[in-house]
Structures are given as C-alpha cells and as structure tokens.
Design a protein around this ligand. Structure first.
Ligand SMILES: NC(=O)c1ccc[n+]([C@@H]2O[C@H](COP(=O)([O-])OP(=O)(O)OC[C@H]3O[C@@H](n4cnc5c(N)ncnc54)[C@H](O)[C@@H]3O)[C@@H](O)[C@H]2O)c1
Ligand SMILES: [Zn+2]
Length: 359
C-alpha cells in the first residue's frame, strides 16, 4: 500500500493507493478522527458493482444514491442531494464519503463544500481518471447549461482512497480514457511511465493489479506534488493542463458527446506536441513516441468532421485564458514542459489540421 501526503491550505491529507485499500477505509477514518457519522454517496451503477466492499466502514445507514453521468452534473442533482442530506440530518459531526467517478466526486465535493458551509469529504474514486486526477487537488463543481464546470469551489478532501480493484468493472473505453491522463503525466513529469505503458499494455488492459497500481501511484504522486506546491493554479499547476487547451475545445465543440474526456486529451496532447515541434521547442521523437503509444492503446474517435476554426474559437472561451492571455503548455523534452503565452491562431489551426481536423 502506498501513502502519499498532499498539503492543502486546510491541512495535509493522505492518498492511500493499493489493492484492498477500501478494506482499510473504516480504520483510516477512525485514525484520522473523521466524522462520528459517515454518509456514503454514490451512484446506482457504482454501488451495484462495489457496494459490498464498504460493509466495514461503519457508515450508519444505506448510501445516498444520486444520478451519475455528465448530463446530471448540474445544480439540480446537487439540490436533490441537499434534500437528502437534510432528510438524514447530516450535521457538523458528519463526514461525506464520495464513491464514484469524476462526476460523482466533483458533485459530492461541491455539495460537501457548501452544505453547512463545509463538511469534510473523503473521495473513493472508482474510475481510472478519478483515481489519477480528479480525486486529488480539491477542485469541485458542476456544469452550467452554457459551460462545463462553471460553478464550483476549492474544497480539499480529508482523505483519498484509490483502490485499483474497482477498476476491474470499468468499461474498456472508460479505462482507456484514463490511460491518456497517465500518458500526460509521463510527458510532463515522468517519462518512465511512457515506457511502462508501452511495455505492459496487455497486462494493463487485463486490469492486472501489479500492472495498474504502479501507474495509479506514480500519477497520484505527480498530481499530489503539483497541487501541494500550487493549490490554486497560479503557476505550476498549469503544467497539468498539458493537452487540455485543445482537448477541452474538442469536447466543447462536440458538446461533450463525441469523446470521453481522456480521448479528447489524447488529441490535445498530440496537437500540443505538434505545435512544439513546429516551433522547435519539442523534439520530433517525442511527438512520434506519444503518437505510437496512443495508437497502441486503440483507435480514438474520428475528428475528421470537426472544424479547426470552431476549435480555435472555443479556445478563446476557455478558463485557461487569463486576462486575455492563453497560457499554453508545451513539452520541451521527455518529462519537461514550458509555458508559452504567444501561441498564434495560425499555429493552433495548423496543429489541429495535422492531427486530422478539417479546415
Ligand atoms: N476535479 C478535478 O480536478 C477534475 C479533473 C479531471 C476531470 N474532472 C471531471 O471528472 C468528470 C469525468 O470523470 P470520469 O471520467 O470518472 O467519468 P464518470 O464519473 O462519468 O464515470 C464514467 C462512467 O463510469 C461509471 N463507473 C464509475 N466507476 C465505475 C466502476 N468501477 N465500474 C464500472 N463503471 C463505473 C460511471 O457510472 C459512469 O457511467 C468530468 O465531469 C470532469 O469535469 C474533474
Ligand atoms: Zn484531464
């Protein structure tokens, strides 16, 4: 079992990673003196698969189940969750335990941030994406009809428990989508991850714990180090946006229907690498290495019908544009990044055409 400590403004918290980690959740909560009352919140799908794993946590009643899926990630679902919390009389002695993917984690985190002006939240992420990314760092929130994650707050968890065992039931496409985020960590910080994925892709897809747990642990360590140093995304945390400027734009112009988030990031990373290569910042060999790895994982949904003009327009509406300046993360080598603030429309359009978009 790996234990990583994240420092946050409201105090440090542990991320526990390893097969069987959920078994020790009850003891961990006791040890951290978290909540005399424990309220589990999950979705029907996740709970049907993994509810039995939580028998020993000492929760005092059955879980609150909320709708799962991006289209339910909104204030209505959170409002219904508040109704439930009032009904079960959640109070200041309560800890909320979120069990699910990134959608559940973000919504439950947001509810925990605001209910009674803030209750402690524990994340038990059940998708690869949530384990390597969304459960750590304290970003919470919901979508607005006019934009993704527009409403939210920072609310660091009190504990994160990432148990690779639950990934066994994840559909292959969801699992693969999470792997693109692991590739991201390889490019920005730990090239050995790229080698590891390439060399054990079969065992990884078979969800072999010995192959998957090290990917989760390494990714968590990188995310933990970055958010510990820069909780509010004023500098270093932006490196995590590698592949996300163009990836988010692809998701937005396709109304979040064509890609899983990680798939869009797969394309976004290739486009970012292409921009770097064209500028002479990124070694061409790195572009080729990542392209080969992405191809090895399996086909990405086609982008041939997406207009590069629309993608460029969507970038302008992104949260990563701060006071009119786009902070673009490029790779300057294996495991190294550089922030560019002068990437032009022409460069972006050329890069997205290179990865297959139409004019
Ligand atoms: N807070 C952050 O820092 C952060 C970072 C990245 C992404 N996100 C957010 O995360 C969300 C995406 O999360 P996601 O990719 O986990 O998707 P998700 O939460 O929608 O889960 C994907 C699907 O997998 C199912 N599922 C979850 N666990 C399962 C399991 N163990 N077995 C079988 N099925 C399971 C879910 O029911 C759902 O249908 C987005 O809304 C994104 O904005 C947040
Ligand atoms: Zn991401």
């Amino acid at each position: 079992m790996d234990r990583i400590t994240v420092s946050a403004s409201r105090g440090p918290y542990s991320v526990l990673i390893g097969a069987g980690a959920i078994e020790s959740l009850g003891a961990e909560l006791d040890k951290a003196k978290l909540g005399q009352r424990r309220i589990l919140i999950s979705s029907e799908r996740v709970w049907d698969f993994h509810g039995p794993l939580f028998r020993k946590i000492g929760a005092d009643r059955t879980p609150i189940l909320i709708e799962d899926g991006e289209r339910y990630k909104n204030l209505n679902t959170v409002a219904r969750l508040f109704d439930q919390l009032v009904k079960v009389q959640a109070d200041r002695s309560t800890v909320i335990v979120a069990v699910g993917g990134g959608v559940i984690g973000d919504m439950v985190g947001f509810a925990a941030a605001t209910y009674l002006r803030g209750l402690p939240v524990v994340h038990v992420p059940t998708t690869l994406l949530a384990q390597v990314d969304s459960a750590i760092g304290g970003k919470t929130g919901v979508n607005h009809p006019l934009g993704k994650n527009l409403i939210g707050s920072f609310h660091a968890p009190s504990l994160v428990v990432a148990d690779p065992i639950v990934l066994g039931t994840l559909p292959r496409r969801e699992f693969r989508a999470g792997l693109y985020e692991v590739i991201k960590y390889g490019v920005i910080a730990e090239p050995a991850l790229l080698d590891r994925i390439r060399d054990s892709v079969t065992a990884i897809f078979a969800r072999d714990g010995d192959a998957v747990a090290p990917l989760v642990a390494a990714s968590c360590r990188i995310k933990a180090a970055v958010v510990s140093a820069d909780e509010r995304e004023s500098g270093l945390r932006r490196t995590l946006n590698f592949g996300h400027t163009i990836g988010h734009a692809l998701e937005s112009v396709t109304k979040y229907k064509q890609f899983r988030h990680g798939e869009a990031i797969g394309y976004g990373m290739l486009a970012a690498l292409a921009i770097g290569v064209a500028r002479g910042v990124t070694p061409k060999s790195l572009y080729e290495e990542v392209e080969a790895l992405i191809t090895q994982l399996g086909p990405l949904p086609s982008v041939a019908d997406i207009s590069s003009k629309e993608v460029y327009a969507a970038i302008g509406r992104d949260k990563k544009v701060v006071a009119g300046t786009l902070h673009f993360i490029a790779a300057s080598g294996r495991g190294q990044t550089v922030e560019l603030t002068d990437v032009t429309e022409k460069e972006i359009k050329a890069a997205v055409k290179k990865i297959g978009l139409r004019a």
